[in-house]
Write a protein that binds this ligand. Structure first.
Ligand SMILES: [Zn+2]
Ligand SMILES: [Zn+2]
Length: 337
């Protein structure tokens, strides 16, 4: 694996694209954990979405205007995505930034936004660089109508109303780095508490976690606050869940749905997806597709509908079951007993 990564890093962008394509064509990708034991009668397909709007782009290298633009793009896509999922009866786990459950927020004069929330110390990770100012400085402290990239209570309502049977998961309250190095236990508890309270105001309870930007940590907080599972990429793309040392169910993550960097056409995208589905079905393992609702327009129009149709075909043939993260974790625990 290390050798492969070294070789890959020496290649040009174009050559890297060709190599990945070759790995798929020759069957070396997706990597399947053939030794995994499955408690399920069929393969399992999970879809999760990182629902974050402008919050994911704070302190990133992206400029503020671009963060808002990305948030608004996500807002535009969401009803289209919901319509697609309804049409195919495919439920998604929406890993939602807690602030998006709100329709408004405000601050007292002279105070910072969400003054009661703990802040991280300044830090830099692979995604963000928080080296000055206040963690909540981008929060407009207004409402949905004035700043629609920062609030999404209306979109949450749309997800609640749709027929596909979606689940809401947690993506922290402020899209925080959740690692032990950049998030204290106290901050982790507060991030989860604020998310849980905001969700509860909509009658929603959450049990599944997606760590922002893959910042894994503070598992004890998740256990304390009643979470049961989280998403994590593993050595294999197609694998089975396992229970970690904290008793949380780790759900493997297979591939991100979205436009590639190599200019692949929709036919090739679909060919890849079919390989993931076929492997999951054949070995009765988990195939977990994740995506950003701000997904590129081309992908949304030309690939996503066919991906969902294909999942439906596999489901209708009885080769896979489609589950939310929370349902999969519950079912996995039940079958272990
Ligand atoms: Zn706010
Ligand atoms: Zn995120």
């Amino acid at each position: 694996m290390r050798l492969y990564k070294t070789i890959r890093s020496l290649l040009s962008h174009r050559a890297r694209g060709r190599l990945t394509k070759l790995l798929y064509i020759t069957g070396l990708k997706p990597r399947v954990n053939r030794n995994a034991r499955s408690p399920f009668k069929t393969g399992v397909v999970v879809l999760s979405a990182d629902f974050e709007m402008a919050w994911a782009f704070r302190f990133s290298r992206t400029r503020h205007t671009e963060a808002v633009e990305a948030g608004l793009h996500e807002r535009k896509n969401l009803p289209l995505l919901l319509e697609l999922f309804d049409r195919h009866s495919i439920p998604v786990t929406w890993a939602t930034v807690g602030h998006l459950f709100l329709g408004e927020c405000s601050k007292a004069q002279g105070e910072t936004a969400h003054a009661g929330m703990p802040r991280p110390a300044f830090f830099t990770n692979k995604n963000w660089s928080f080296t000055s100012g206040d963690w909540y400085e981008h929060d407009p402290c207004s409402d949905l109508l004035r700043d629609p990239a920062w609030y999404a209570s209306d979109l949450v309502d749309q997800i609640l109303k749709s027929r596909a049977g979606h689940e809401f998961g947690c993506h922290t309250f402020s899209h925080a780095d959740f690692t032990y190095s950049h998030c204290s236990g106290e901050m982790a508890d507060a991030e989860l508490d604020a998310s849980i309270a905001a969700a509860l105001s909509k009658g929603i309870s959450m049990h599944s976690m997606v760590f922002p930007g893959g910042t894994f940590g503070n598992y004890e907080s998740l256990v304390r606050k009643g979470f049961t599972c989280y998403r994590q990429p593993m050595k294999y793309h197609i694998d089975m869940c396992h229970t970690d040392q904290h008793g949380l169910v780790v759900i493997p993550s297979s591939i991100g749905l979205g436009r590639d960097h190599y200019g692949w056409d929709s036919k090739f995208h679909l060919r890849i997806i079919e390989k993931f589905l076929a492997a999951a079905a054949r070995h009765r393992l988990v195939c977990h597709f994740w995506f950003h609702p701000s997904v590129d327009q081309w992908y949304l129009e030309n690939v996503m509908p066919s991906v969902l149709s294909l999942i439906e075909v596999y489901r209708d043939r009885g080769q896979v079951s489609v589950m939310t993260m929370g349902d999969l974790a519950d079912e996995y625990i039940r079958l272990q007993r």
